[in-house]
Ligand binder design. Sequence first.
Ligand code: ADP
Ligand code: MN
Length: 282
Amino acid sequence: LSLAERASLVGPFDYIVLKTIYEDRDKSEYIHYLTLKKKLGQKNVKDLKISLLKLNKLKLVFKDSTSLAFKLTFSGLDILAIKMLYVNHILNKLGSIIGEGKESIVYLGYDFNDNPIVVKFHRIGRNSYKSIRRREPYKKSWITISVENAEREYKALKCVHDNGGKVPRPLGIAYNAVAMEYIDGIELYRVSNNAFDFTKLYNEILGTMRIAYTECKIAHGDLSPYNILIDKENNLFIIDWPQASQSEESLQHDIRNIINFFRRFGISDDPQKIFDYVRGIS
Ligand code: ADP
Ligand code: MN
């Protein structure tokens, strides 16, 4: 079943069960049935059993193999996010997948006026397990780390957008999902138009990097022609901000990427000069 189909099968009580499991996520990996029963009240026991069976079958919760304990799956987290975006009148209907990376799944969706929007679900998987574990002094669940990534991306989009930078307009955040304006365009690396004004584009990218660093205190951190969208009117939008942080190394890394890419269009610049420019020093 698709995410949208599963979302439509989750009723109000199932939602409460999912939310209760979510709220317990950093105490231990699994929450025991008896703990859930206590939290939800004796009068809901029958509903709870039915709900857990259903959520397990929909793969929104995962049952421990040796005990009557459950944890939320990433799909379960996605469902919580979808319901919240719906309640907040941001997302009316989820559509098809338009992008899938190693740490996210990007969906097309529709708002309450039937306009297309984008919903990006963050899913931090095992790929980054070791590096994150080493950095964190205490244990956080993958769910929590994914939610934090979504929050970081939303904050970055909001600040850069509010200050006039070229990013998709953020529409809302819920759990691990960031909703934003849908850009009808293509990634920069796919642009193959001889008449395209690459110099103008280059300057606009630097302008947005400068706004991000000076107004929002962040460098993108993964800036590349894969994370820049160009729409039909040749407007640019920098996407994919979850790793944004105030790091001069990240900023230098981004500058190198951009300078390297634009060299093929005859644009050459001194990295140090650009480094000063985007930090607002010159
Ligand atoms: P990641 O690279 O981590 O998977 P991205 O934010 O780069 O996540 O999104 C993945 C892909 O989804 C993009 O390359 C782009 O094709 C598409 N996409 C993301 N955001 C938008 C958007 N606002 N409008 C249109 N397409 C988008
Ligand atoms: Mn990307």
